[in-house]
Design a protein around this ligand. Structure first.
Ligand code: AMP
Length: 286
């Protein structure tokens, strides 16, 4: 019997909840109440390994796990050249350079000769070396944003999503080092030996992702109004038109963008639609 495939996912931090939600939406059935190290997926030959987000690139790189989900920034920091199977669209942030509000540095090019505090020393060193800007990197494991105030550094390179932490600490961003989001990566050998299993997980995750932004719209209308109603529906999706038992009436079904529903319903109603239903979609496989 072949060994069960192993997928490494974060056990702590901000990537945990969206990752577990995505895997469940993809259709994997597993228990993760206690975040024990390994969770056996009940309906697929797959074990989920819960490990530190920072260790995932290494686990996947050395084959302890066949695939993993982690932040793009952490892959870059680990220097891991792992194949990215899919970008997951959450955990979006950027690694930005920032300086105290009253400092005169206007852009990244002005940082030559400064000390830069960061929890991403490898990425930061590589970034400035590639640009030929000599800096001295001060590696910190946390609280990077207080480093300028403590006199440890003139600038920082830190993860930013909204920028509110920078503002709270009297800092302003002057340029980006890296844009990041959560990604699914695979071990290069597993990508070949477990190609079918990885492709299935990828298809199911993609199907769940695609469904998140869509709704299923159902409505009834008099046949005479069908064209006016179809004209309102997104042109990419050809709507399903079904005759109703009630003479002269049809049902129209269509997939629409979740963000379009707000604008669409009143217009459909005005065009003669009735019995309009908007339903969630679980998966879409194009
Ligand atoms: P943490 O929750 O601190 O363990 O962060 C785990 C990962 O979440 C980071 O490595 C990033 O990939 C991602 N992330 C997304 N937004 C942010 C943010 N605003 N600050 C820090 N990390 C973020």
């Amino acid at each position: 019997m072949t060994e069960r495939m192993r997928l490494a996912v974060p056990n702590k931090g901000r990537l945990v909840e969206p990752t577990l939600a995505l895997l469940r939406d993809a259709g994997l059935v597993f228990d993760a109440h206690d975040r024990s190290l390994v969770s056996r997926v009940q309906n697929v030959d797959l074990d989920i390994l819960f490990v530190r987000t920072n260790d995932i690139a290494e686990f996947v790189g050395d084959g302890v796990a066949d695939a993993g989900i982690t932040g793009g920034d952490l892959l870059a920091e680990a220097g891991a050249q792992l194949p990215i199977v899919r970008e997951l669209g959450y955990g979006r942030c950027r690694l930005a350079a920032a300086v105290p509000n009253d400092a005169t540095y206007a852009s990244i090019d002005d940082l030559g000769g400064t000390r830069i505090a960061t929890s991403h020393p490898n990425t930061t060193r590589r970034f400035f070396a590639e640009r030929g800007i000599p800096v001295s990197v001060v590696a910190l494991s946390g609280a990077v944003e207080v480093a300028p105030r403590l006199g440890l550094a003139e600038a920082i390179v830190d993860l930013v999503s909204t920028g509110s932490t920078l503002v709270m600490n009297g800092l302003r961003p002057i340029g980006d080092v890296l844009a990041s989001q959560a990604v699914m990566v695979a071990n290069p050998a597993a990508l070949i030996s477990r190609a079918a299993e990885i492709a299935t997980i990828d298809t199911m995750i993609g199907a769940a992702q695609a469904a998140r932004g869509k709704k299923y719209l159902m409505l009834n209308a008099p046949i005479a109004k069908a064209q006016a109603i179809e004209d309102l529906l997104p042109s990419l999706e050809s709507p399903t038109v079904i005759p109703l038992a009630h003479d002269g009436m049809i049902a129209i079904h269509s997939v629409v963008g979740a963000d379009e529903v707000w604008g669409l319903l009143p217009r459909l109603k005005a065009a003669g639609a009735s019995g309009i239903l908007v339903l969630p979609i679980e998966k879409i496989v194009p």
